[in-house]
Design a protein around this ligand. Structure first.
Ligand SMILES: Nc1nc2c(ncn2[C@@H]2O[C@H](COP(=O)(O)OP(=O)(O)OP(=O)(O)O)[C@@H](O)[C@H]2O)c(=O)[nH]1
Ligand SMILES: [Mg+2]
Length: 316
C-alpha cells in the first residue's frame, strides 16, 4: 500500500477537471478500498482544504433529507456548489430511503453545481468513517464548497459524524420524545445547531423550549458559541433561510476562532492512525496465518496457555 509517484491516474485528473462520471467512479474506487486507493488519495489530497463539511444527523424520519434538499437550494442561491452524501440511508421509516432521497433531491437534477451520492453500508474493508472521510476529500478536491453529510443518528453513527464534519446540525421532531432522551443520546454534546423540524405538528414549541433550556444549562461549559434552536417545516420550505443563516454564522465563528483548523488537524491525525492501524492488523493476520501462529492458537484452544501469554509470545 504505497503511493508512488509516477504516472497520474487519468480518472482522477478528469475528476479534478470537473468530469462527474469520473468523480462517481473515483468515489466507487474509494468505497471498494482496492489497490489504487493510496494513489488516488495521494493525488486528491493536495487539492483539498476548501470545502466546509456540514453534518446533518438526527433520528430516522426526522426530515434530514428534506432539510438537506432545501439547504442545497439556499447554498445554490449564493452561487456556491454543494455535494450531499447520505450515509447508510437504510431507515425503514421512509421506505427505502435511497430511492426516497433521489426523489426528494430531484429538484437539483441537471444542476452541475450539485452532486448527490449515497454511500452503502459499512464495507468489509475498513470502517465507514474512513471511506466517508476519503469521499469527502474527493468532493472537496472536485471543487464543492459545501459538503453535507447525512447520517441517521442511531447508536454509533451519530458519533462518526464528528470525525468528518466541521459543523453538526441535529434535526429533531416534536415526537422525538422529551429532551432527557436527547441528552441521553449524546446529541447535546455533538450539536452545533438544533433544528426542530415538522413544526406544523403539535408539541413543537414544547420541545423547542426544552432544548433552549438545556442549551442554556450547558452554555457555561461550552463558553462560546450559543447553540441556536431553530424551527423548520422543511417540507413546506419554512425556516430554512434562517437555518442557513445560522449555519453560516457558525462557520464564520468557527473559522475566526481557529476551530476549523483544529478539526482539520484532528481528522488528518485520525486518518493516518487508521491507515497505520489497518496495515498493522493486516500484517498481524498474515503472520498469524503462518505455521507458528496456528501452533500458538492451538495451545490456547487446548488451554495450555492463556490468550495473553500467547499474544506476548507472538509479539516478542
Ligand atoms: N409534516 C411534515 N412532514 C415533513 C416535514 N419535513 C419532512 N417531512 C416528511 O417526513 C418524512 C421523512 O422525511 P426525510 O427527509 O426522508 O427524513 P430523514 O430524516 O431523511 O429520514 P431517514 O433518512 O430515513 O432517516 C417524509 O415523508 C417527509 O416528506 C415537515 O416539516 N413537516
Ligand atoms: Mg434521509
Amino acid at each position: 500500500m504505497v503511493a508512488k509517484a509516477g504516472k497520474k491516474i487519468e480518472l482522477v485528473e478528469k475528476m479534478l477537471a470537473g468530469d462527474r462520471l469520473s468523480l462517481a467512479r473515483v468515489i466507487s474506487l474509494i468505497e471498494d478500498r482496492g489497490e489504487s486507493l493510496p494513489k488516488i488519495v495521494h493525488e486528491i489530497y493536495p487539492k483539498t482544504g476548501n470545502a466546509f463539511v456540514l453534518g446533518i444527523t438526527g433520528p430516522p424520519g426526522a426530515g434530514k433529507s428534506t432539510v438537506t434538499d432545501k439547504l442545497v437550494a439556499e447554498i445554490r442561491k449564493t452561487g456556491k456548489r454543494a455535494a450531499v452524501i447520505a450515509i447508510d440511508p437504510s431507515s425503514p421509516f421512509s421506505g427505502g430511503a435511497i430511492l426516497g432521497d433521489r426523489i426528494r433531491m430531484q429538484s437539483h437534477s441537471g444542476d452541475q453545481g450539485v452532486y448527490i451520492r449515497s454511500l452503502g453500508t459499512r464495507g468489509k474493508h475498513g470502517g465507514l468513517s474512513q471511506s466517508s472521510k476519503e469521499v469527502v476529500m474527493a468532493l472537496d478536491a472536485a471543487g464543492f464548497d459545501w459538503i453535507i453529510v447525512e447520517t441517521a443518528g442511531v447508536g454509533q453513527t451519530e458519533l462518526d459524524i464528528l470525525k468528518l464534519a466541521h459543523a453538526v446540525c441535529v434535526v429533531l421532531v416534536p415526537e422525538s420524545g422529551d429532551s432527557i432522551q436527547v441528552m441521553k443520546a449524546g446529541l447535546m454534546e455533538i450539536a452545533d445547531l438544533f433544528v426542530v423540524n415538522k413544526c406544523d405538528r403539535p408539541e413543537a414549541d414544547k420541545l423547542v423550549r426544552e432544548l433552549v433550556n438545556m442549551v442554556g444549562m450547558t452554555e457555561a461549559a461550552k463558553n462560546s458559541w450559543t447553540i441556536p434552536v431553530l424551527k423548520t417545516q422543511a417540507l413546506f420550505d419554512q425556516g430554512i433561510g434562517e437555518l442557513f443563516g445560522q449555519i453560516q454564522a457558525f462557520r464564520d465563528f468557527a473559522i475566526e476562532h481557529g476551530a476549523i483548523e483544529k478539526k482539520r488537524a484532528a481528522f488528518i491525525e485520525e486518518e493516518i492512525i487508521e491507515i497505520i492501524w489497518n496495515q498493522v492488523v493486516q500484517e498481524v493476520r498474515t503472520k498469524m496465518d503462518n505455521a507458528g501462529g496456528r501452533k500458538l492458537l492451538d495451545q490456547v484452544l487446548k488451554k495450555k496457555k492463556s490468550p495473553y501469554e500467547v499474544a506476548d509470545e507472538f509479539i516478542s
